[in-house]
Design a protein around this ligand. Sequence first.
Ligand code: NAD
Ligand code: GLY
Length: 363
Amino acid sequence: MNVETDRVKIELGERSYDILIGANLLSDRASVDGLPAGNAAVIVTNPTVAPLYALRLQNLLKQRHAQCLMVELPDGEIHKDWSSLERIFGALLRAGADRKTVLYALGGGVVGDVTGFAAACYMRGVPFVQVPTTLLAQVDSSVGGKTAVNHPLGKNMIGAFYQPLRVIADLDTLDTLPDREISAGLAEVIKYGPIADDAFLGWIEDNLDALLARDKKVLAYAVKRSCEIKAWVVGQDERESGLRAILNFGHTFGHAIEAGLGFGTWLHGEGVGCGMVMAADLSHRLGLIDAAYAQRITRLIERAGLPIRGPQLGADRYLELMRGDKKSEAGEIRFVVIEAPGRAALRPAPDDIVREVLAAHAA
Ligand code: NAD
Ligand code: GLY
């Protein structure tokens, strides 16, 4: 099936860059045209993705770089940590990588977040390119320059804002993704509707079956529209001093689920999906949206194959974990709530209402 390559631009002055979205991009020289051709390129990936796609990327890069190295990180959210960073730094130092070395993050959000953080730190900053291979990474994590590793006490707690030079989202890589990962990616696609574009929410409802069936043209539009919305938000608030927080709809509850169960037990997108059910209900209980809109969001999340009931961590534990969220201020949790269809804001909420939400959707 023919899918035209789309280009979405992130406008950040001298840090502006393009997101390329299309089929067969990993075999197309044009995907890397204009990127620096320093001495060395280093592909950071993992043992799941490497056998599938590393050779294609290596072939593209060999024409531009005298050296093309590969670093494999162990796969999984549990490895989004210091030891993976050390592995990258060790490989770079042993190879004598200089400041012109370009890092390529080939994989999902875990590889992308860790590689981006390594690029921000190595020699105080070397260029990097995101090559996202999961739906979640193509619609969200590869875009916008948030990089991080987890700490046992909290998700994404150690990191930096550091923008890539380009994002190359080859839709063909989604062919090999397990169904569970497609659903996880859909959570982040769905999020853009209630927070920024109610018409997009309707489009997702109408096209969900085609998305689940991986129809390329439909996936291409979902990735493009998601990236456009993210570009619009990040272009106004790169370092999350305000607006950007809306991209965290469902994440306050979701991160608590991920950390509370132990990283990797639930996928990030599963936590976000269930977290959006809770955050939508919270928005309703705060009198911001009617029950029907919260129900509409819940129904879509369920249809996408995502969990809509949270694990039984206990309300006290949920609250303790959420107080540690990066959006909290002086121990007061601030939630992304839906103020009206297609519009979100950051607000505190009384503990007793949060407890009602948890009683209704978890325990
Ligand atoms: P992931 O990186 O763990 O990838 C999911 C699984 O799919 C892994 O096992 C991976 O090896 C495998 N995989 C990747 N591409 C594949 C392919 N094409 N075919 C087959 N298997 C493939 O998870 P994810 O959902 O991509 O990313 C989640 C991470 O992203 C979380 O750590 C989350 O915090 C982070 N995130 C960051 C941002 C940001 O703005 N930086 C935004 C959202 C999420
Ligand atoms: N995924 C949230 C953000 O990029 O801000």
